[in-house]
Design a protein around this ligand. Structure first.
Ligand SMILES: *[C@@H]1O[C@H](CO)[C@@H](O)[C@H](O)[C@H]1NC(C)=O
Length: 398
């Protein structure tokens, strides 16, 4: 059976696990078929306990996380995916290789309580195999990918599909999470699942039930999102969670595919000799006059026109202002004349007063003593005698 063939593995380095360092597990799987490997927590727990000095003989159940990568590379090969939902769950490596080769996959387990780490090496040898010509993909809505990957569930699903296809010789081609194909993350509530796509293939053509998918009547029903009528003889799901969504079923007939175009032939990498470089003639001279007109003359004319317009507005406005100014000037002139007349009048009135002028206004009045020198005497005293010479050696008299 194909199942056995793909699961046939050589437990060559079982002895290595006795040393507790690293185990090497070998698998052989054909191209274009689903590969699954369950990363068992129990096995790593065993490694952790035996390497620990305080081993009591009782196996704990520690939370664990796994890191998987291609040996010497930071990530897994493109076709291989890994899922572990929770540190208390087992992990799964799964995927469909599309070309033969040998893959070395490292699995690191980290114990989330003791932070011990253990390593396992997986050697996957992919051997070439003919593609299955008839393939069909089904959507299982009420499932999550890690719940479908255990082989017991895979067998259950395959049994339903075998009846639907009316064919025993079915092979699993792909199982993938709907989230990887544009699906939406479901609400975190009971009864909401991510959904899983399951692809199977066979050498035998599709059954009557499957051929309904290709009928225009079925496509019309699905387009209107109405309840699709499935005849009773075409519904096979023993377990409700394994039931397929009919409208998301897709059939692939690889025999009708056109052969791929041949790969492009590689050249030597050296270009052919193309002779000497011949520079082009210098371009014809350009006439810049229209440009000059547009960029200089036209704006200049507009500026002149605006200038003249402004000038005429200014002239008209000044005329009006001048008239008003003349009026105010007359009023100011009248005021000036009256002020002048009043001042004259005040002056003549002041000169007629008979009161003597205040003492402080008289010449030679001493403000400290109140002494008053006669204007005649004061005339005879030279002003220089009353002052101390600024640069004399003698002390000033007190
Ligand atoms: C399997 O499914 C994944 C995810 O949708 C896709 O990337 C991959 O190409 C599929 N492989 C095959 C062989 O169909």
């Amino acid at each position: 059976m194909a199942e056995l063939r793909s699961w046939c593995f050589i437990l060559a380095v079982f002895a290595a696990s006795l040393y507790g360092i690293s185990a090497e597990i070998k698998f052989t799987t054909p191209v274009g078929r689903l590969f699954t490997y369950e990363v068992m927590r129990e096995k790593f727990q065993n490694d952790f306990e035996t390497s620990s000095k305080l081993y009591t003989g009782v196996l704990h159940d520690d939370p664990m996380v796994f890191k998987c990568k291609k040996q010497g590379f930071p990530d897994l090969p493109e076709w291989l995916r890994f899922i572990q939902r929770h540190p208390f769950d087992n992990g799964f490596l799964y995927g469909t290789p599309m070309s033969p080769g040998k893959y070395f996959i490292e699995i690191y387990a980290i114990n989330k309580i003791s932070y011990d780490a253990a390593r396992e090496l997986l050697v996957i040898k992919v051997v070439s195999e003919k593609m299955l010509p008839y393939q069909a993909e089904f959507f299982i809505q009420l499932r999550e990918v890690e719940k479908v990957l255990p082989s017991s569930v895979q067998i259950e699903i395959k049994q339903d599909l075998q009846k639907l296809w009316n064919n025993e010789a079915l092979e699993m081609i792909n199982i993938s999470n709907a989230l990887d194909r544009g699906g939406r993350v479901p609400l975190p509530l009971a009864g909401h699942y991510e959904g899983v796509y399951v692809k199977v293939g066979s050498k035998k053509y599709f059954s009557k039930c499957l051929q309904r998918v290709m009928s225009p009547e079925y496509q019309r029903e699905c387009a209107t999102e109405a309840k699709v009528k499935i005849p009773g003889e075409c519904t096979f799901c023993k377990i409700p969670s394994n039931c397929i969504t009919w409208c998301k079923t897709e059939l692939f007939d690889l025999t009708k595919l056109e052969p791929e175009p041949p790969a492009p032939t590689m050249g030597s990498g050296i270009l052919e000799d193309g002779g000497y470089f011949d520079p082009p003639e210098s371009p014809p001279s350009r006439d810049y006059f229209p440009d000059y007109m547009v960029t200089v003359i036209v704006p200049l004319i507009i500026a002149i026109v605006l200038f003249l317009l402004l000038l005429s507005i200014m002239y008209g406005r000044r005329e009006g202002l001048a008239k008003r100014n003349a009026k105010t000037n007359n009023i100011q002139l009248y005021h000036h004349q009256t002020i002048h007349g009043n001042t004259e009048e005040l002056r003549s009135m002041a000169s007629q007063r008979g009161v003597p002028a205040p003492l402080s206004t008289l010449p030679m009045f001493n403000s400290r003593t109140g002494e008053r020198a006669s204007p005649l005497q004061s005339d005879s005293i030279p002003l220089i005698m009353a002052q101390q010479e600024p640069y004399s050696d003698t002390l000033p008299r007190k």
